[in-house]
Design a protein around this ligand. Sequence first.
Ligand SMILES: [Fe+2]
Length: 305
Amino acid sequence: MEILKYIPNRVDAMEVVTYEASELSEAHFVENHVNLNKPCLIKGAVSHWPVMQKWHDIDYLADVTGNPQVRFYEHSNYLDHKNMARREQQGRFKDALQKIVDNEDGIVSMPSIFCNASGPFSPLKNDLGNFSFLSNIPAPLYYPEQRFFMYSGAGTAWHFHQIDETLMCQIKGTKQVGLLAPSCIAFKQLYKDLMQYKYLDGPTCFDNYKDEIKPWEVTVEEGDSLYIPPFWWHGVEPVNKNFGITLAQCWASPIYKLADFNKPMVRKIWKDALLDKGLARLIMKHGMPAILSSIKNRKLVANME
Ligand SMILES: [Fe+2]
């Protein structure tokens, strides 16, 4: 799966702003990145967490969770159920982890392991720590607060988060992440080409608007966290086939972000919500009251596509 390969202008890819966690204040992170919806890389954000040592041991992971039944896949992570369900397998957690460890040439992916308060993976929460640059973590509106991806060779297809802030934390292994801003002029065509995986077929799908594609790229190493704001496109590839673990830590977005109708992505989300489309509808169900109260005096409908 060539997730990043055919994205135009990678040679001129922009660099994501990078901080050392020890030098990043919460005020600076919130004011310059969360509030402005700008990604950044925080080096060493989770390198002090107990998880960094404990989770290299698959016996420990199996024992602390009770070795529950899990689903895993011999392909990268897609957005839609149809592609995701291909070659789905089920087995015990430890057996799936062993397949990941033993994998050399193929792909094994165990995505979206939720640390729910009462689920079998809840003991894993005890191995997490705090972020020195983020103390206020309100419950996310849509995504789980924490979900893990355990994998070898598995990337994640281009997608965006319709709401909620995300820190993509590398517990084990290194990933390359491509980012595209939500303000891309060729929004409609880009949306279609990325959501329908046209980019996997080769570089030609971007021919009509490749000059409009201005990617960011960043390497997220073990112990680092990448702040991914809502609406930003991102595609992810591991740098090798080794056992890797990623944590997605999510929290609620400032609600005004969903009232930024200058962004075509925001207009699209609202349009889909009004057309009663799955995920967007759920987001609106949770976010709508707060959004409406914050924007009640604005003329919204006229701005929608
Ligand atoms: Fe994501």
